[in-house]
Design a protein around this ligand. Structure first.
Ligand code: HEM
Length: 441
């Protein structure tokens, strides 16, 4: 639909340089479904919630994880749950699902609450020195994910893991715009493999430790003990490694981004901040929050949801059409690369009034009633919906409530925050903030 844009090369440059505003412009100019010529072939961009529902839910059998994004992710995550397809994916999903069952999350909630509290009690926060919030939240969520899922303490490895994750995030995002960047023997591919090998070393150490003392019933034990129903064979070492790496990467970076955006927005909206403090005074009365308190903290939940509306950590994801299809009256060719953008749909003017304004009340039960299921999809939807969504929400709410009930965070005046849409949507550069103990204010 719509006249094609000038040249594939120009579109690709604009997509790379101005991603979010370019998407907005395409949506405004061409409507809810756009076929964009790029140097990597045509991309079908689906902006309308109905189209998203069609691809990820109603006709999901016709769409697989594929195309340039999946190829790039597979270079590091191999055949883990995020990138896998077909029967193999279904088998792994069924195996891993119980770890994320509500019952399990309750047990993990205690660990999350304790870890969040320990973070706020660290000397570096109380010293009033600027914190790089992105670094801090990444290391906190990495440690929680690894302890909760694999019984492993990541403190000794966190610098290496976070550095490698950042390198991978940048290089994989570049692969979207530069043909052959990661498929040919380029310096970028060499750097990507180095970063991947760093993660492999950490993951292998974690697995071999558990091989020696397999007593706890966490995800790692489950993966190591799993047997194929027909052959009785256990998972290969590579498959276990891919699953562990996938959950380690997917399990910390997205949640950390969600926390950064929420804390940043609260710091910029003092009225919301003071309403949150009232909520904490009323419900917590000075003690640290526990999982059981979360239903009594509706404003905290609304703030998190609204932050993920404006800045969805998984800002884009993709599928490849297995056979020809039709969306909203338009033909989708067999093999078409179909992209969906929470970052754009979450600001769709037909579904959101004043879409660029931060207004947590949108997520009150009254305002949410009757909303299109796919007007808001930070965790995706359909059978491939994020397996860690309850894990992530519980963790993010506990961390937010623990920090905001004790501290007021402020951005350093010279810090200019720019959203950087890599594989995840993160703040570019350092996110420097100071934390002030409430009593001092
Ligand atoms: C899948 C977002 C946290 C593990 C997804 C998808 C989205 C998403 C949008 C679907 C992608 C697609 O359909 O192509 C998020 C966000 C998070 C978050 C916004 C935090 C705020 C987590 C956590 C874990 C996790 C904490 C694990 C501990 C996964 C896995 C998949 C996935 C394994 C692939 C599931 C499958 O295909 O079966 N996530 N996620 N995520 N997420 Fe998350």
């Amino acid at each position: 639909p719509g006249p094609p844009w000038p040249t594939a090369a120009w579109n690709t440059v604009r997509f790379a340089r101005q991603t979010l505003s370019f998407l907005q412009e395409l949506h405004e100019r061409y409507g809810d479904l756009v076929t964009l010529p790029t140097v990597l072939g045509p991309w079908t961009l689906v902006f309308h919630p109905d189209g998203v529902r069609h691809v990820v839910q109603e006709n999901h059998f016709n769409y697989r994880k594929g195309g340039i994004s999946n190829q790039a992710l597979r270079l590091t995550l191999g055949n883990g749950l995020l990138t896998n397809n077909g029967d193999s994916w279904l088998h792994q999903r069924r195996l891993i699902q119980p770890v994320f069952h509500r019952k399990q999350i309750v047990a993990i909630g205690q660990l999350m609450a304790e870890s969040a509290l320990a973070w706020t009690e660290e000397a570096s926060i109380n010293a009033g020195q600027p914190l790089d919030l992105f670094q801090e939240m990444s290391s906190l969520t990495l440690n929680i994910a690894c302890k909760a899922l694999f019984g492993a303490d990541m403190l000794a490895h966190k610098e290496r893991v976070l550095q490698a994750s950042t390198t991978i995030n940048h290089l994989e995002a570049q692969a979207f715009y530069v043909p052959g960047l990661l498929s040919l023997p380029t310096p970028q591919r060499r750097r990507l493999y180095e970063a991947r090998n760093t993660l492999y070393t950490v993951v292998d150490a974690l697995i071999s430790k558990r091989h020696q003392a397999s007593t706890e019933s966490d995800l790692l034990t489950l993966l190591l003990d799993a047997r194929d129903e027909e052959t009785g064979e256990s998972m290969t070492d590579q498959q276990v490694r891919d699953e562990v790496l996938t959950l380690m990467v997917a399990g910390h970076e997205t949640t950390s981004n969600a926390l950064c955006w929420a804390l940043l927005l609260v710091a910029q909206y003092p009225d919301i901040e003071s309403r949150l403090r009232e909520e904490y005074t009323r419900v917590l009365n000075g003690r640290a929050p526990q999982m059981g308190d979360l239903p009594q903290l509706p404003l905290t939940r609304m703030v998190l949801e609204e932050s993920m509306r404006l800045y969805p950590p998984a800002w884009a994801f993709a599928r490849q059409a297995i056979a020809e299809d039709e969306i909203d009256g338009y033909r989708i060719a067999k093999g078409a690369y179909v992209l969906m953008f929470p970052a754009t749909t979450h600001r769709h003017p037909d579904f959101w009034e004043r879409p660029d304004v931060f207004d947590p009340e949108r997520f009150s039960p009254e305002c949410s009633a009757g909303r299109h299921r796919f007007a808001y999809f930070p965790f995706g939807g359909g059978p491939r919906v994020c397996i860690g969504n309850q894990f992530a929400l519980t963790e993010a709410l506990l961390i937010l409530a623990t920090i905001l009930s004790r501290y007021q965070l402020r951005l350093l005046p010279e810090t200019n925050v720019i959203p950087e849409p890599l594989i995840t949507l993160r703040p570019r550069g350092k996110l420097l903030m100071t934390a002030h103990w409430h009593e001092e204010l």
